[in-house]
Design a binder for this molecule. Structure first.
Ligand SMILES: Cc1ncc(COP(=O)(O)O)c(C=O)c1O
Length: 408
């Protein structure tokens, strides 16, 4: 019996420009008859002859060489994420998957930014990205300036000498939105690139490449995997030259995603759309509930029409996601007491899992951070952050209700 070859180099043209859910679900094309894409759990690949190896290494023939360079399972998921990020548009994106969100972010920064360059970073980005900028990038001779990205006039003035603008919209845990299209048009007048961490929105809720962003980043650990089963990161770009450089960086620094983690990520992607809808549905109902509680002075969620960033978010997002925050009247004491009384929600600081996660940054993740830095991140004493899950919303609301009763 003759068998068809199992794989070809890269999984070309697998994904038609169909609807989001279909693109996320369909798996045809890794060459085998398995229903789901196989996990190519192999570090290396073999050749028929020394002549073939020679051709491969001289770039005269495309073939898999070593999983740190490329792997069919990883490539397959990369193509799917690129297709989702560019869906229903004329742009063509390429994705690289990494071992974690931070591996994706640091590889991007290292590839784009050089000693002597200036990065303009949004002041309230993810803490790990701030450490990367403040510890490693400054040491490398990169100047990092933190700006409020609402202030487009200052941004325009500063952009002329910058090589990269780095943003996150919505921001976490303050849940601000920034005008992605405007930021890109300011940057591109000065030949400056724009990178966005799109982890909170996912391509289901927001497609920044279609708004002009050069590099879209994800901690796939969060919503894209969606089940908390693996770390991962993705970088998507429309810039082929940059993609090649970053591919080479990943090859040499070795921060590639494992085939198994890529496979888990692919399983998560299949339900991304339906999960994001439910995260949004539940969040909207919880926001409605929190807004009526006397112990809560402020609720941060972008569906709220009276929030200053609602109009910006409405322009660039389809819905507003599963992360929200709220401020307790009783400050630090109330925050600690609320955490003590929570029964149903899970006390932890990650986001994007099926269960609802809750944390009080001032007494948990940011307990050692000084006041000035906390204010820069928007962390006030009574701030509570929630990653709203997929459970029956009545159970989440009942838990919040009893915990709020206990502190009032
Ligand atoms: C918005 C955001 N970006 C990036 C990261 C880093 O991702 P990872 O933990 O996968 O390295 C995180 C992690 O919490 C995050 O919340």
């Amino acid at each position: 019996m003759t068998m068809e070859p199992v794989i070809t180099m890269k999984t070309k043209n697998l994904i038609n420009n169909t609807g989001f859910e279909s693109t996320a679900i369909k798996d045809s094309g890794l060459g085998s008859t398995a229903h789901l894409p196989p996990i190519f759990a192999t570090s290396t690949f073999v050749y028929e002859s020394p002549e073939e190896i020679m051709k491969v290494f001289k770039n005269e023939k495309e073939a898999y060489i070593y999983t740190r360079w490329d792997n069919p399972t990883v490539n397959f998921v990369e193509e799917k994420i690129a297709a989702l990020a560019t869906l229903n548009s004329d742009i063509k994106g390429k994705t690289l998957l990494f071992a974690s969100g931070m591996a994706a972010i640091s590889s991007l920064i290292d590839t784009v930014v050089h000693p002597g360059d200036t990065v303009l970073a949004q002041s309230n980005i993810y803490g790990g990205s701030v450490e990367l900028f403040d510890l490693l990038m400054k040491e490398k001779g990169v100047k990092v300036e933190y700006l409020d990205m609402h202030d487009l006039e200052t941004l325009e003035n500063r952009t002329q000498t910058a090589s990269l603008i780095y943003i996150e919209s919505p921001s976490n845990p303050t849940i601000n939105a920034y005008d992605i299209q405007q930021i890109c048009s300011i940057a591109h007048q000065s030949n400056c690139k724009v990178a966005i961490d799109n982890t909170l929105s996912t391509p289901y809720l927001q497609r920044p490449l279609q708004l002009g962003v050069d590099f879209e980043l994800h901690s796939t650990t969060k919503y894209l995997n969606g089940h908390g089963t693996a770390l991962g990161g993705a970088m998507v770009t429309t810039d082929n030259n940059f993609y090649e450089k970053c591919w080479n960086y990943r090859k040499l620094h070795g921060g590639v995603c494992s085939p198994f983690d890529a496979w888990l990520l692919n399983n998560g992607l299949k339900t991304l759309a339906i999960r994001m809808e439910k995260h949004c549905d539940n969040s909207e109902l919880i926001v409605e509930f929190l807004n009526k509680r006397k112990e809560v002075t402020q609720v941060n969620y972008l569906s709220l029409k009276d929030k200053k960033d609602h109009k910006i978010a409405e322009k660039q997002m389809y819905r507003y996601g599963g992360v929200l925050s709220f401020e307790l009247k009783g400050g630090i004491r109330a925050g600690i007491d609320l955490m003590k009384n929570i029964r149903f929600c899970t006390l932890t600081s990650t986001l994007g899992t099926p269960d609802t996660l809750i944390n009080h940054p001032a007494s948990m993740t940011h307990v050692k951070v000084n006041e000035e830095q906390k204010l820069r991140f928007g962390i006030t004493d009574g701030l509570i952050r929630m990653s709203v899950g997929l459970e029956d919303v009545n159970d989440i609301i009942a838990d919040l209700g009893q915990a709020l009763d206990s502190i009032s």
